[in-house]
Structures are given as C-alpha cells and as structure tokens.
Design a protein around this ligand. Structure first.
Ligand SMILES: C[S@@+](CC[C@H](N)C(=O)[O-])C[C@H]1O[C@@H](n2cnc3c(N)ncnc32)[C@H](O)[C@@H]1O
Length: 231
C-alpha cells in the first residue's frame, strides 16, 4: 500500500480556469463539494443527506458523463473524485444545469481519499473510465490498476460491489484484464477473460471520443467483488 500511495497516478497540470468554472468552484462548492477532513472517515450519509448505495467515479475528467449517469440513476449517490480543477469546475456547471441532487465531488487524490477517508464496505460500485494509460514501461507503476489498489477496493466495496473499468489503450486493457483475472476476490461479470460486449452500459466520455478519433478500440471490464471476499 505504501508504494501505491507514494507513486502518484497523475501529474498536476492546473491549466486555466474559465470564468464560468471559477464561479462554479466558488458558488457551487458549498453544495456539491466534499471538504475532506484532516483525519477520519467521511460521513457519506451526512454528505448526501440520506442513506443509499454509493458509486465512486475516479478521474471523471470534465464530468459530463458522470452528471449524465447521476441524473439517470436517482436512487444511488455518485461521488466523483478528480484532481484537475478546470474539469471539476466544468462538472459543477453541468451538475447545476441538470439539477442533480445525488452527486458530490472532491478534488483530491482518489487513492488517498479511499485509503484514509472511506469506510470498509461503503461503496456499491467503483468506476474508472479511461484512466491515464502511462504507456511507457518505466511509468507502468503509475497505472492506477495494480494489485495493491485492488486490495484497497476489495476492502471498501460492499459484498457483490462492482468495479467498472474502460480504456482505449490496448496494452492497458490487457494489463487490467490480467491483473483482475489473477485476483480471485473479483469475478468477471462477462465470464472469465471476457471484455464487455459493445455497447458498454455507460455514457460516452470526452477521453473516449478523443481515443475513437485516433482510431483506438475501447475495452470495458466489469467485475464483481465475490461476497466470500467481503467477509
Ligand atoms: C485520461 S483522463 C479521463 C477522464 C474521464 N474519465 C474521461 O473518460 O473523459 C484521466 C483523469 O483522471 C484524473 N486522475 C488521475 N489519477 C487520479 C487520482 N489519483 N485521483 C483523482 N483523479 C485522478 C486525471 O486528472 C484525469 O483527468
């Protein structure tokens, strides 16, 4: 775990905030933002104002797909985590426009958030769409999908909880498949060794469109935490 936390899965590239994003971060943060405490678990029931199954979206980018999913799934709560603030600002603008009530966002390292501030069995699902592929071999240790990260998810997911991954990098798709298939705690919902047949059960994302324009093929994987692994 300590290696996982020392090696960041992202490089901070702040980029420029538009006026709208800046305004959204100021005006909408009190409603949608999660101010992560110094220590201790986040009280998700208090954050969302109810008890409901929770979906964690790691690295939501501009947030458009996340807002669309939350709006279409009012019985579950969505917690988005993204370190890129212009993306968070954009997401807040979309959330306001769609008037979604079951969405909250945090601008911290998702690995730290899960490790330090989310309780065991608190998540019904985790989704990671088009994570940074870190294509160079010497950077593979920065890929978020690693055995140590699965240890963390296996503790935070509820029994039967879902892990949905998508990537447009062929090499990362194989890496994800190999890493998950080697972990007996997770069961492939499409059968051993199988990717999700297209179309995947999720909206298209910004990075997915970018990959498709470059001629990349998209692969989705959906695993379930075996109830026997969640005791
Ligand atoms: C390639 S983009 C994909 C964005 C979006 N999911 C999409 O498909 O359009 C990956 C995103 O993950 C974010 N990210 C990477 N590691 C992260 C971490 N540990 N915690 C939070 N966000 C992270 C990056 O800032 C980046 O915006």
């Amino acid at each position: 775990m300590s290696q996982l936390r020392r090696t960041r899965t992202f490089v901070r590239r702040e980029g420029r905030l538009t006026q709208g994003q800046q305004r959204a971060l100021e005006a909408l943060w009190p409603h949608y933002g999660l101010d992560v405490p110094e220590q201790g678990a986040v009280d998700l029931d208090a954050l969302f104002g109810r008890t409901a199954p929770r979906v964690l979206d790691i690295g939501f980018g501009d947030g458009e797909a996340l807002v669309e999913m939350a709006a279409a799934d009012p019985d579950r709560d969505y917690l988005g985590v993204e370190v890129h603030r212009p993306g968070v600002g954009h997401c807040l603008l979309c959330a306001e426009q769609a008037q979604v009530e079951n969405l909250r966002v945090a601008t911290v390292d998702a690995v730290e958030l899960i490790h330090r501030h989310l309780s065991a069995r608190s998540l019904a699902a985790v989704q990671i769409f088009f994570p940074d592929p870190w294509p160079k071999k010497r950077h593979h240790k920065r890929r978020i999908i690693q055995p140590a990260f699965l240890d963390l998810l296996a503790e935070r997911l509820a029994p039967g909880g879902r892990l949905h991954l998508a990537t447009d990098w062929a090499d990362y798709a194989e890496w994800m498949l190999e890493t998950l298939e080697a972990d007996e705690r997770f069961e492939n919902t499409c059968g051993p060794g199988a990717f999700v047949p297209p179309p995947p059960p999720r909206p298209q994302t910004k990075f997915e469109r970018r990959g498709l324009r470059k001629g990349h093929t998209v692969h989705d994987l959906i695993y379930r935490l075996r109830p026997s692994a969640a005791r």
